[in-house]
Write a protein that binds this ligand. Sequence first.
Ligand code: FES
Length: 111
Amino acid sequence: MYDITFKFEQKGLEPITLSGIEPDQSILEVALKNNIELHHNCGGVCACSTCHLYVEQGEDLVEELSDREEDFIDRAVNPRLNSRLGCQCVLMDGSGKISVTLPDQTQFLGE
Ligand code: FES
């Protein structure tokens, strides 16, 4: 089980910490199930970059970055060293604390 903290670059949004999160799901799925806005224009199949986020803590607890994911991160707005795609950050078996920061979602159109 994981504890996941979501922080937001969008002004006015306070951090949210979710506890007891099961593995085998992506951070995108966790966000959507908990009504946290994170765009996902391709539906979570690593074919866009709108689910881009920054992993601040716990990068070892999610599946590794693939070459394909890296290509899409290069097209994201303001990529950084800790950039990942939320749909590709699948929680591995285990437990721990993960912290992510979501870019301002008001910059995206679509889902
Ligand atoms: S939702 Fe499109 S790459 Fe993650």
